[in-house]
Write a protein that binds this ligand. Structure first.
Ligand code: GLN
Length: 473
């Protein structure tokens, strides 16, 4: 089912400010669509009372003539690995079932200050480990175009929420593709910003050297607006930088199509749709050329060494004592640790902890972790050279459209291979967006990925915006 589309965010806000449509009406509409879309399994929890209360406060301010922010009365959906005051935060894992957040993530605080209203927390692969939401303790989220297929992941719930018109935007996290891949699978725009653009304070950590916070929207302008509100330095996350997402670019962009990801390994229909998008760029007068990047093929193995290492460290805090699930039968300390972690983690979480501790262990550290970090440097270097010649690099977001539920669950490597095109920019901390490029004959969405140099988020989003205006997509 698909509800009538939300208008662009500035129009929604204009109506809230003028009183033409109240914030309460917007929230009620979002909740009604969410109710209709129940069978997609988008939400882990709905924050109805709080959302209506916040909407009422905004409407009262409007009536009293008090200024309201640039996202006033706009409902949104929050991935369930963000902490929000008093709201349950599970990261879709039994480990955090029933955990109530004692604080609010910086990104959420900023959105709230601008007047946006969270209506619920969306489903993900537990601890964001995965690319299909099949690793969620609360069950899979269904694809917006075909319920036999996956939503993608890990931010699957947020992507489907925007695709089905529950809300005009939603938040996600992207460590190796978790915003871009589900965006591609559901025909919405997904933004993974330059590393450090948005504070991670108050967000459940996965892999701290590549974790980023971004959003889903139906159009590039809305995405820029939301990113701009959230971004900026924060003393609670020392990796943060200032980044202007609204900056305009007027120069003729030089676009490099990455040939290494335009091969027979990619689904035929995906290739055709991406090639069509490239032709449109060419027709529109951009300077389009091809580029070969020979180190990118190592990105996937590097990612699946570095990320599990960081995952193993970040998950060490779930010991069954300080917070989270504690096993009932455990008596001794090692039993509390062991049983609580055994019961609280999903198989994929455990697999990553095992791999991570293995690659970090003495005797194997040099051969795996250190080697991977060295290759990572080569990848960063190759991007640096490419961005001397190009403003934007382009490739498909994923090698296939959304796959069937259960199709890849028996073989983790098959699942990991879906990330082959999204992990390279993550390792280098680069901004990358997935924009809808078209649909397959059977109606599945296909995304194209636009990658920029560090800090050039506004450039790739400008390009995405200009292409939206260009005839049929
Ligand atoms: N699918 C990738 C993984 O499983 C990306 C996950 C993410 O970005 N959180 O690691």
């Amino acid at each position: 089912m698909m509800s009538e589309n939300w208008r662009k965010i500035p129009e929604i806000v204009r109506d809230v400010r003028s009183g033409a449509v109240s914030a309460v009406e917007n929230v009620e509409r979002a909740l009604a669509v969410a109710e209709c879309c129940k069978n997609y399994n988008i939400f882990v929890s709905i924050t109805k009372e709080r959302a209506l209360q916040r909407a009422t406060e905004i409407d009262q301010k409007v009536k009293a003539g008090v200024a309201v922010g640039e996202l006033a009365g706009v409902p949104y959906v929050l991935k369930d690995n963000f902490l929000d005051f008093g709201a349950k935060t599970t990261a879709s894992a039994k480990m955090l079932e029933g955990f109530v957040a004692p604080l609010q993530a910086t990104a959420v605080k900023k959105l709230e200050a601008a007047g946006a209203i969270c209506i619920g927390k969306s489903n993900l692969d537990a601890f964001a480990h995965g690319g299909s939401t099949e690793n969620s303790f609360f069950g899979v989220t269904k694809n917006s175009k075909d319920t036999r297929r996956v939503a993608g992941g890990s931010s699957g719930g947020s992507a489907v929420a925007v695709a089905l018109g529950v809300a005009p935007f939603a938040l996600g996290t992207d460590t190796g593709g978790s915003i871009r891949q589900p965006a591609a699978f559901n025909g919405v725009i997904g933004v993974k910003p330059t590393f450090g653009s948005v504070s991670r304070f108050g967000v459940v950590a996965m892999a701290s050297s590549t974790d980023t916070i971004g959003c889903f929207a139906t159009n590039a302008f809305d995405a820029r607006l939301v990113m701009n509100v959230m971004s900026g330095k924060d003393s609670w996350d020392s990796t943060t930088i200032d980044n202007d997402f609204m900056r305009h670019t007027s120069r003729k962009l030089r676009i490099g199509v990455i040939l290494d990801f335009m091969t027979d390994d990619v689904d035929r229909e995906v290739l055709t749709i991406v090639e069509k998008y490239v032709k449109k760029l060419d027709k529109k007068g951009y300077d389009v050329k091809t580029i070969k990047m020979s180190t990118l093929k190592y990105a996937l193995p590097v990612y699946y060494v570095v990320v599990p290492a960081e995952v193993a460290s970040n998950l060490a805090r779930y010991d069954g004592i300080r917070y989270g699930h504690r096993a009932r039968v455990a008596k001794t300390l090692p039993e509390i640790y062991g049983h609580s972690r055994d019961e609280g983690f999903m198989p994929e979480n455990k697999r990553r902890v095992l791999i991570g501790n293995f690659v970090l262990s003495s005797g194997f550290f040099d051969a795996y972790y250190l080697k991977a970090q060295k290759v990572r440097t080569l990848i960063i270097e190759e991007y640096r050279k490419a961005f001397a010649k190009f403003d934007v690099l382009l490739c498909p977001t994923t090698p296939t459209p959304a796959f069937k539920i259960g199709e890849k669950t028996d073989d983790p490597v098959k699942m990991y291979l879906e990330d082959v095109m999204t992990v390279p920019p993550s390792l280098a901390g680069l901004p990358a967006v997935s924009v809808p490029a078209g649909r397959t004959k059977s109606g599945l969405d296909v995304g194209v990925q636009l990658i920029g140099a560090r800090g050039s988020d506004a450039v790739i989003l400008t390009l995405a915006e200009q292409m939206e205006d260009y005839g049929e997509q």
